[in-house]
Design a protein around this ligand. Sequence first.
Ligand code: ATP
Length: 376
Amino acid sequence: ERIKAEAKKKDILRLEQITKHFGNNKVVDALSLNIQEGEIFTLLGPSGCGKTTTLRQIAGLEQPDSGKIYFRDTLLVSPSEKINMPTHKRKMGMVFQSYAIWPHLNVFETVAYPLRARNVKNAEVKRRVMEILELVGLSGKEDRAGPALSGGQQQRVAVARALVYEPDILLLDEPFSNLDVKLREQMRVELKLLQRRIGVTVILVTHDQMEALSFSDRIAIMNQGKIEQLGTPKQLYERPQTVFARDFIGKNITLEAEIESVERGAVKVIVGKGKGQGTVLCARHNYVTQPSKGQKVVVSIRPEDIVVHASDGEADPNVLEGEIDALLFIGDRYECHIKIGDEAILGYVPRNQNLEEGSNVRIHFPLEGLSVWPKS
Ligand code: ATP
């Protein structure tokens, strides 16, 4: 059933082998991706990886050196065929980091602007502006001047202006970054609910992994102009396929290790040195092509997958002995910094668990949480 549903989703936008240079700097490198009708698709990556340039090429604000962009079945961009549909003919609305709220226009006229520019009749302008202001929760604020609005309201105006001529795709470039943390979270939920209601396809650019995880249906992690990995937020978090993806999303602990044996469905590794040394069984080892005894590897685990116990009870498999170096209370839990022999790791501990700095502990590494990677 789910496979059928997946198959039904159509592509709204297709990028094929897009390459873009600024001078000698290759900013987008043979990038291909498909965006589906009605989804929230996010380009996530560190500063300078080419996210904004990719978005600007989709919008028509920048032209690629080579490659093709299709909107449904229409070829929008193909430099080799001298095809480049102008921005205003692409049905895309945009919201940028600075929302460009004009001080001389009130809320109504700011939102009406794209319609006026397209010579829409007055009565129709009024109807559509009022409707979209209602949708973003700004009814009654039509006469306010832009600068008299709060940050959140200004952002809603920018979203309303981008949506007023009913674009097929809404492009968002770091739209929340000027807002404080609380407002940012609120606007994220609001915008996601709005998107679900109107069904517009959204392409978001951000370097904020929390934002990408919570807002998106699918995410492409970008690095140096290329896609490192593409998938749902859960897939990227739980099954990263590259070291970059693994380390870019969420916290991640790595330990040097050596393979002791390869068993059915799992790899047993020796971790730690000297006193802290022990063996653990790891379920996920697909990253190492041919694991073999004696091979030096790296094992990785998320801090929330580690379980820390007081030091009593009998020896279990996948348990190492350690000592708590520092215990930091961060509100919803403790950050527990633990020494295992010469290695330091981080685990999260529930706030109702009583542990003390300096005490000996046993650290359980669940089989499923451990993955084995090649030593870089
Ligand atoms: P950020 O989050 O910092 O904006 P980004 O991933 O969006 O990063 P881009 O803005 O696409 O990255 O920029 C990628 C690279 O291209 C950067 O090194 C940037 O300096 C360069 N670049 C972007 N626009 C231009 C331009 N118009 N002329 C020259 N270089 C540019």
